[in-house]
Write a protein that binds this ligand. Sequence first.
Ligand code: URP
Ligand code: ZN
Ligand code: ZN
Length: 468
Amino acid sequence: MSFDIVIRNGTVVTSTEELTCDIGIRDGLIAELGTDLGPATRDIDATGLIVVPGGIDSHVHIAQPQGGGVVMADDFASGTLSAICGGTTTVMPFCLQEEDKTMREVLTEYHAKAEGQSWCNVSFHLIVIDPTPQLLGQELPALIEDGYTSFKVFMTYEGLRLNDLEILQTMDCARESGALVMVHCENEDAIRFLVDKHLAKGNVSPKFHAVTRPIPAEREATHRALTLSEIVEVPVVIVHVSNGPAIDEIRRGRDRGDTVIGETCPQYLLLTADDLDTEGWDGAKFVCSPPPRDAESQVACWEGIKDGTLELFSSDHCPFVFESETGKLNPAGKKSFKHIPNGIPGVETRLPILFSEGVSKGRLSLTEFVRLGSTNHARTYGLYPQKGEIAPGSDADIVLWDPSLTVPISQDKLHHGSDYTPYEGVEITGWPVTVILGGDVVVEGGEPVAAAPSGQYVARERSPYTRA
Ligand code: URP
Ligand code: ZN
Ligand code: ZN
């Protein structure tokens, strides 16, 4: 039987090995790996290219309501277009619980926003900000059963954070129903104390965002989250880890035998707190939480990646327009760091940065690149082996990288809704040139070619960690 597409002559990289073989695609799936595969409707010559599973970004924020007149820069159309152009074929945005609505009602709204608009596949996490008995006892167990198998809790942000009792109760629900809990670890009271102190002195500029969210506030909260998860005996994902002391907490938890998965992001490898310390208000472009740290923390994050403490490399894409009343420079944000929306764009640059800083600079093997950018996300969140692998039977979400292309990151080449990139000018070696989504070519020569969005919603199985 012939194939729809055969990718020939490439270096194929799975989660465990590099192969020289062809990939035969039929009916949206990988049908066969082998040499000299038979005829296809379309041949793609991958000579000199690296062929990997489509990237999975398990931490993005798209079209998440903000309040206070602030609006995210990406809807599902622009956010997912940006994702596929950067070699990511599945994103996992968050559905934020809202007052006076059930979680299912809010999810229905997110689905409506994503359906027919998404250029890559989409699967939702939930964010719990009010763990009522109704939510924990009925709503979440039903939603977990329906494929929403992970949720995030915050230890910071006024109005969103949970206290320790609420975190314990939410973790207990996850344990009972087999969901995975993701925790944003920063000590809100310590931050509040420092914010009040600095504002009283008139220290309002963007750099004080980083000053008031120091490493000990993240380290302590990481320790506490791990302690709470140990007490409940539930696996936990520590998201967007930014520094060595927090990574050491994860190592200690693992040494005790706890199931802990660590995540880091490009901003903690390439940016520092100095980026927030600029003339005028440009530093607002780099305001995110936890904030970028320093050179020593960057080295620590690489060590955490290399020794497997940090298994997930996500973008934490959370885009705002800089020059806008609804973005970073909203009326209150122009006056004080406290009101600058937290978050930076990065879904399109995540994998090019990992490839360039990792593979091209000799820090990572190609299989490590595949695991950090794709496979580990699929495994952790219940999508493996449907996604995150090049193997017969897996979805044909495949990306061809040209390892010899050297390009500076530049806002005018990106597809997101922000008006800037925090990585402007960063030299990248290795760029995704062809993206195949469910067996269809959607990006060619680095540019989108699909006639219409064809991304699918993907319900997830329970994480294998929750069955441990
Ligand atoms: O600054 C950030 N990270 N914004 C997005 C929300 C979050 O905490 O992940
Ligand atoms: Zn967070
Ligand atoms: Zn986030």
